[in-house]
Structure formats: structure tokens, C-alpha cells
Design a protein around this ligand. Structure first.
Ligand code: TXA
Ligand code: MG
Length: 359
């Protein structure tokens, strides 16, 4: 991005969890109330916050990220019942709020007049989310306004799961960064749109389709979650059309032809070894169990094979680490698409521009 734009001093506040939060969040809450931008931790990824009722603050968010202005921002609230102030809620919203909020779920509802169209990318709907992270909720409460917040990365980079990632992308472009430690989930929130009695899943996340079905029988997946969209077709969540989460090197996913194949790990190790023999600087994203068999400059694991929470927690950090290397290609193993595996696979499909090798 253009270096001339790096003009302001970015305040860094590191949260001390042994002390009360309120005193530590006074300054960033004042910045938000005054129209400034603050990056803050949530349980999914770090957000870049601004006053959601202030069109100018929204403009600053789009400028700092280099984000297309047709891509709407999620509005964050301190209590699930605050949704009613900014959107028209209904019985299904109440059920979702009771089951999953505060937590990693965004619900798209018809917006009220007070939410500027620049926040919703011109849409008549608004995405509402009450984050589970106590730092995020206390910050919103103290600011006294709802907070519009996309992920706190420069557009097109992987979402930030640590304050250092935010600083790498946005230092000098925003007023303040709050360091509240690593984001627990590591993938962005599940987004659903309420469509009468059914839910349309616009973006998979830690609240899985199975969990949503316990509250609402009919959950349908929007186009583009598991397949590339046909030419000229747009997904319901405008942001899902962009090539997101893309490291500089070309990413190839390695997936089992048959999910129950017990020899998959041996095949994956053999595949990785062949690639490393051809080029030792190639990027490998594998499981802990594979590590003893692989040697190369950029071989990273994202946890034990069975630990899908670890995979989601570490994915974006690994993608950012690859960006700091000279690896020309990345080969990444992917597992089952159930539970949070669906969200993980969706993000990896985007990072790889749908390049999947079946073995
Ligand atoms: O976990 C998260 O959701 C994080 C944290 C910071 O809360 N935020 C986040 O924001 O991921 P962002 O801007 O990176 O992604 C928001 C997604 C985009 O794909 C956008 O198109 C979609 O939400 N979205 C927002 N409002 C919408 C609406 N009214 N209708 C459809 N999609 C919407
Ligand atoms: Mg984002």
C-alpha cells in the first residue's frame, strides 16, 4: 500500500487481565466515541472498529483497509438485546441470540434508519454480532455506540488473529490497537441471514450448521461456500466474492479422495517428500504427526490431525508466516468438512483459489 498514507501515531494498549478492564479501555472508548479507529480483540479475529452510526468513521475504515466500499461492515453490540436498536429483529433472532450470543455468530437482519448506508455497503440489511470476548464487549459498552468492525487486516491479507498481525498491516493508519492476546477461534464469525422460517448460511464459522439446525430446522448453504461461483453469480455476503486470505505463494490443497482411507497420511507424507525433494524451499502445511518425516525450510504444522480447533486457531498465522518466506508454492493438507472443518475448508479453498489435489 501507499506509504504516504502512513501518517498517524498508533497507540498500543496491552491488556493486563489481572486488573479491571474498564480503566484500561477508557482511552480507546473515547477514541471510538470521537470518530476514530481502534483495532480490538474478539474471540474470532481482531476487528477494526469505528462508530457504526457515523458515516465518516465508516469511510475511514474502508480507507485504512483499502477495502471496496460495496463490502458491508458488521455492527458489533455489547448485549444481544441491543440488536433491536439498529435492526428489526424477530422470534428466530431471539432463539439464535439465546443459543449462541455472546459468541461467534453474525445475524443479517433488515436495518433501521439510524445505520448509515455506507456501513452496510448500500444494502437495506445489517449484520449484527455480539462478540464473546469480554474486552470487546466492555469496549463497546464504554464507547456508548455500536461498533462497525471488519477484520483488522489490509484487504486481501489473512485476517489477524494476534495484535502483532494488526500492527504489521495497519500501524500508522489507525489511532489505537488493543492487544488482548491470541484470538481463540481464529476464523471469522458464522454469518446467517434470516429468511422467513429458514436460515441461509452465508459464511461458515465456529457456530456450525449442525449447531444451527438445533435451533432452526432449515439451514441452507449459500452458493460459493464449497464451490467456485459460476461466472456472473454473486454470493449473498458481498465480501465472500473477493479472493480473500491469499498468501503470496500459490496454495494447493491436499485432500483424500476417500475420507475413510486409512493410508491417507502415508500418501500425504510421500507427496510432501516428493515436492520437498524437487524444491526444499516449498511451503508445507501439515499435521504434527507428519513432522518427523519432513525436512524443509518452511514446513509448518497446524496441530495434531484430530484437533480441528487447533487448525482453525493456527491457519491464518501459518498463512502469514508463509508470506514472510521465499516459498513459491504451498501444499496444505485438509481434513473432513464437518463441524468447524467446513469453515476451515471454505477459507482454505479461497486461499488456494479452489486448487485441490485429491490423493
Ligand atoms: O468474526 C467476524 O465476523 C469479524 C470480527 C471482527 O467480528 N469480522 C469480520 O468482518 O470478519 P469482515 O468485514 O472481514 O467480514 C464481514 C462479512 C463480509 O463478507 C460481508 O460481505 C458480510 O460479512 N456482511 C456484512 N453485512 C452483511 C449484510 N448486511 N448482508 C450480507 N453480508 C454481509
Ligand atoms: Mg475480513
Amino acid at each position: 500500500m501507499d506509504k504516504a498514507k502512513i501518517t498517524m501515531k498508533t497507540e498500543l494498549i496491552t491488556i493486563d487481565f489481572t486488573k479491571p478492564l474498564a480503566g484500561q479501555l477508557t482511552l480507546p472508548a473515547e477514541i471510538l466515541a470521537g470518530g476514530g479507529l481502534v483495532a480490538f480483540p474478539t474471540e474470532t479475529v481482531y476487528g477494526l472498529g469505528g462508530n457504526a452510526l457515523d458515516a465518516d468513521a465508516a469511510g475511514k475504515i474502508y480507507a485504512a483497509k483499502g477495502r471496496p466500499s460495496d463490502n458491508p461492515l458488521i455492527v458489533h453490540i455489547a448485549r444481544p438485546s441491543d440488536a433491536e436498536k439498529y435492526a428489526y429483529t424477530n422470534a428466530l433472532y431471539e432463539k439464535l441470540a439465546k443459543a449462541f450470543m455472546p459468541g461467534p455468530l453474525t445475524v443479517v437482519l433488515p436495518k433501521r434508519e439510524n445505520v448509515p448506508c455506507s456501513v452496510t455497503g448500500g444494502l437495506m440489511t445489517v449484520g449484527i454480532r455480539c462478540p464473546g470476548d469480554p474486552v470487546a464487549r466492555e469496549l463497546i459498552r464504554l464507547a456508548g455506540v455500536p461498533i462497525a468492525a471488519p477484520s483488522a487486516n489490509v484487504s486481501g491479507r489473512p485476517s489477524p488473529t494476534a495484535a502483532s498481525h494488526v500492527a504489521d498491516d495497519l500501524n500508522g493508519r489507525i489511532d489505537c490497537i488493543i492487544d488482548g492476546g491470541e484470538a481463540e477461534v481464529g476464523l471469522e464469525s458464522t454469518i446467517v441471514k434470516i429468511d422467513g422460517e429458514r436460515l441461509i448460511l452465508l459464511r461458515p464459522g465456529a457456530i456450525t450448521p449442525e449447531m444451527l439446525r438445533a435451533v432452526c430446522e432449515e439451514v441452507v448453504l449459500d452458493n460459493g461456500i464449497l464451490d467456485r461461483l459460476p461466472e456472473g453469480k454473486a454470493p449473498e455476503a458481498p465480501g465472500m466474492k473477493y479472493r480473500h486470505y491469499a498468501p503470496r505463494a500459490r496454495v494447493h490443497l491436499l485432500r483424500a479422495k476417500d475420507e475413510n482411507d486409512d493410508t491417507f497420511d502415508e500418501k500425504a507424507i510421500a507427496f510432501f517428500r516428493e515436492k520437498l525433494a524437487q524444491d526444499p524451499s516449498v511451503g508445507i502445511l501439515c499435521y504434527d504427526e507428519h513432522l518427523p518425516f519432513l525436512q524443509g525450510a518452511h514446513v509448518y504444522s497446524y496441530g495434531e490431525k484430530a484437533d480441528d480447533r487447533a487448525h482453525s486457531h493456527l491457519l491464518f498465522d501459518c498463512l502469514r508466516r508463509f508470506d514472510e518466506t521465499d516459498a513459491a508454492a504451498i501444499y496444505a493438507v485438509v481434513g473432513k468438512t464437518e463441524g468447524i472443518g467446513l469453515a476451515l475448508y471454505n477459507r482454505m479453498l479461497k486461499a488456494s483459489a479452489y486448487t485441490v489435489i485429491y490423493i
